[in-house]
Design a binder for this molecule. Sequence first.
Ligand code: NAP
Length: 260
Amino acid sequence: MDLGISGRWAIVCAASKGLGLACARALAKEGVNLVINARGDEALQAAAVALRNLGVEVRTVAGDISEAAVRAQVLAACPQVDILVNNAGGPPPGDFRDWQREDWLKALDANMLTPIELIKACVDGMAERGFGRIVNITSGAVKAPIDVLGLSNGARSGLTGFIAGLARQARLAGNNVTVNNLLPGPFETERLQKTLSAAAEANGTSVESIAEQRRKHVPAQRFGQPDEFGAYCAFICGAQSGFLTGQNLLLDGGSYPGTF
Ligand code: NAP
């Protein structure tokens, strides 16, 4: 299926590894030119080389996307933002009794206010041009909160509530600008590996045994592959997806137990 987005430009945040990189890769395969960002420049440049090999133009901006100056550089690097994929690292786990105001502000900055600021900078231009696709990578924890990830549950739910209202503005939806959230369950990325290693250490067991237990809880009996996530992201960004907006799309191998 030709997604009809060849030659368009996308910003993909937090895209040197994992799900962000997989989204960038899937868009590049569709001929979309890219501005990619991450804090560490070495991995970012390696990602850019691999993406350029797919035949598209790739520009890089190294830095923390939750900083206003970095966002300004990312936006300036993109000739025209047709597609925006919002992503950033998730906040650390813990107990809310230990979190201070600063911890909350950091989580809100990275996982709620940063995507909102980027959307604010792009969305009206998209509406004027009659095409825009915004995808926010959030988490399955928005639908089924995970106790120790309270910072993530809270900040991402704030973003989700905001997006629900924004996506339904006739100025956007009526001008072929869609805004959707992609909610990953467990995907095999560096982040998942770190989570599994921490759990193995805490339980005095091996990483493989923890991974096996986690896999058994997923009806698909496996973790997701980042490229599966990327392909879905590209589809939502496709020309054919203009009627899909304001949705929270869960990719979790059937883990969420509810009917809806
Ligand atoms: P990952 O493998 O650790 O990759 C994270 C990517 O984001 C890296 O390229 C990292 O590069 C970049 N990054 C992190 N913080 C950044 C920041 N402040 N500014 C710019 N770039 C930043 O993580 P992932 O598994 O792909 O996860 C992506 C998102 O999905 C996270 O928010 C995570 O919480 C969420 N999620 C993941 C899963 C899963 O199973 N994988 C499940 C639910 C939710 P640098 O470190 O060099 O900046």
